[in-house]
Design a protein around this ligand. Structure first.
Ligand code: ATP
Length: 227
């Protein structure tokens, strides 16, 4: 499990939060602290106070994949293959293993056909998929996604959902403004002004949010099996 204890960091004040294995969706109003919390989970920052532990380990002791809202801004290489190979090469893995991991990640995300392309010639959605494949290529134990799918069309977003579901990453923590996507997570955490207001299974959290704009439209319409 991921355990946050007595965390204070910028806007965040979280006495205790436990995230079990599976997918956790972070939701909440703009400025509520979702990205700040994800940056702690990704190990990009240490909390000013308190601790974040992954099955008792520090973030730096865990393989973490991270994709943010503007994934094309963090692309480093010219060619798609080289971009996805980046984490393996930085880890000094042998060439054969690097190729295996690139192929595995590209297949998972469905972008085998892009491997020889130049990154700058790709669309924004294709670059987001490359960024996801790059994060998955290190076979992370924790995948942290900060609204990186916010600019994707419905079909590509569906591809992403499928890839995330198939990646067998023990922990996926994502923040999203798509309440339907959040409702499919194993756990939902609703943040407001830096505090965790609700945390639990989707049915429980969305029941508490029924009269707010955070309730999934499909559930409101009674077309999906919600609360
Ligand atoms: N380095 C920082 N120091 C202090 N406050 C910060 C810092 N970075 C961001 N903030 C503030 O913390 C608050 C939470 O920001 P954060 O980006 O985590 O919210 P969010 O829930 O992800 O918002 P959004 O949905 O708009 O992306 C905001 O008011 C932001 O201005």
């Amino acid at each position: 499990m991921i355990a946050l204890t007595d965390v204070r960091h910028q806007i965040l004040a979280i006495p205790s939060l436990i995230l079990p294995e599976g997918t956790t969706a972070l939701i909440g109003p703009n400025g509520s602290g979702k990205s700040t919390l994800l940056s702690l989970l990704a190990g990009l920052h240490l909390p000013q106070e308190g601790s974040v532990r992954f099955d008792g380990r520090l973030p730096r002791e865990v393989e973490i994949g991270w994709v943010d809202e503007f994934p094309d801004q963090s692309i480093l290489f010219t060619c798609v293959f080289d971009e996805i190979a980046g984490p393996s090469r930085f880890a000094c893995l042998p060439c054969g293993e690097t190729e295996r991991r690139v192929g595995e990640a590209a297949t998972l995300v469905g972008i085998e056909g892009l491997l020889t392309r130049t990154v700058r010639d790709l669309s924004g959605g294709e670059r987001a998929l490359v960024a996801l494949a790059t994060a998955l290529s290190s076979r992370p134990e924790v995948l942290v996604l900060d609204e990186f799918d916010s600019h994707l069309d419905e079909e590509t977003a569906g591809e992403v959902e499928r890839a995330i579901g198939a990646c067998r990453c023990p922990y996926v923590v994502r923040c999203t403004q798509d309440m339907e996507a959040a409702s499919r997570a194993d756990m939902v955490v609703f943040l407001k002004e830096g505090s965790v207001v609700h945390a639990g299974p989707p049915a429980e959290v969305f029941l508490a949010l029924e009269k707010t704009c955070f309730y999934p439209d499909l559930w409101r319409c009674g077309r999906a099996g919600g609360a």
